[in-house]
Design a protein around this ligand. Sequence first.
Ligand code: GDP
Ligand code: IMO
Ligand code: MG
Length: 431
Amino acid sequence: MANVVVVGAQWGDEGKGKIVDWLSERADVIARFQGGHNAGHTLVIDGKVYKLHALPSGVVRGGKLSVIGNGVVLDPWHLLNEIATVRAQGVEITPETLIIAENTPLIMPFHGELDRAREEAASKGTKIGTTGRGIGPAYEDKVGRRAIRVADLADAATLEARVDRALQHHDPLRKGLGVEAIDRDALIALLNEVAGEILPFAAPVWKVMNEKRKAGKRILFEGAQGALLDIDFGTYPYVTSSNVIAGQAATGVGIGPNSIDYVLGIVKAYTTRVGEGPFPTELEDEDGNRLGTRGHEFGTTTGRKRRCGWFDACLVRQTCATSGINGISLTKLDVLDGFKTLKICTGYELDGERMDYLPTAADQQARCRPIYEEMEGWSESTEGARSWADLPANAIKYVRRVEELIDCPVALLSTSPEREDTILVTDPFAD
Ligand code: GDP
Ligand code: IMO
Ligand code: MG
């Protein structure tokens, strides 16, 4: 009865949604523990596509408990729309199948407005390239002790006091950015309206999670973003505003770290990034275009073109360490089909010195030049492969080399967007 944490080990979009959906067959509870609807997780089941942003990927399977933990920032209006969208696709969502932590901070409309106004006002070099969904400002309010949380929706007087506290902070900020003041009464009316629809899902998640754990239920923690977007260990300031690494799974739902038995890192067989920031192995040539086209590398949330590059083993070795990754799921191997030669970054050259990790200082990160080793590609198709025996010898060599360089074994391999096109090497849930 192991509990498994799934985290992205690069800059997001590694295929977490597909793998969480696949693994959820083995789980009883699927919990999101950080991030918000900046996430975009795509599931493909028998050709049917589901795009999830705030909902845990376990909702699609049915018969499981999905949890939105306190580590998440939640836009209640977005959530209701997303629930309506997936319900229209035949997914059942009720307070029996979905619970939301009462201490989850809410994303307000003014958070999105502030996020977008800041990005518009930013000059080149200070723009982050956020999803514009208010994630940063909502987390700022959480740590600034002025967030409006799910539980506050239950009491009109508390809600008004919380709104007033938030306005005291936000109106002067908006003025400085040339944005009109918040309409207090309209906001309170909106919140009172949404309260009735959100509160039925509210629950003391920490308590439910601990009861499930004691009852021997299997918990699958679903991370959003990727370790290189982590607020502490990512390519700061070009990061998201939450802790993304596996340690967050515990604080993000209110369970002890000793309840985590296995950390599965999701790793794309090459590298992508959306938004601004350093990217040592980025390709701005034909190979990069080919990765983007074959991999359909467009953001699920914003539709932006993802930047593409070679696999960076140096970075993944680092994220395996910061998240304590036990095994990885290597995804999108099929996208590499047909490349004559493949390159893997093994370290960097910085001012004439060899580095075996990405330094912290932004100026040094920008000056890191990748050191590559080359491998022979394969001409055969790996798309849809469901066993090792279906893989060409050079593809196996590539996977083995990745394992060696990142010092972590492959537990799962993914060879197409479809749920079942997945090769199991080691079951993360096995005791
Ligand atoms: P997430 O944010 O980590 O859940 O990843 P996204 O869903 O944003 O992006 C991954 C994309 O790759 C989605 O469109 C998936 O359907 C797709 N995908 C996942 N695994 C594979 C794979 O093994 N091969 C291919 N070709 N596509 C995959
Ligand atoms: P999933 O869960 C890829 C990036 C944004 C931007 C930075 C900050 O689908 O892997 P934010 O809106 O969070 O303040 O933006 O983080 N970003 C993601 N990139 N996948 C994601 O989620 C992302 N969520 C945020 O592009 O660079
Ligand atoms: Mg995504």
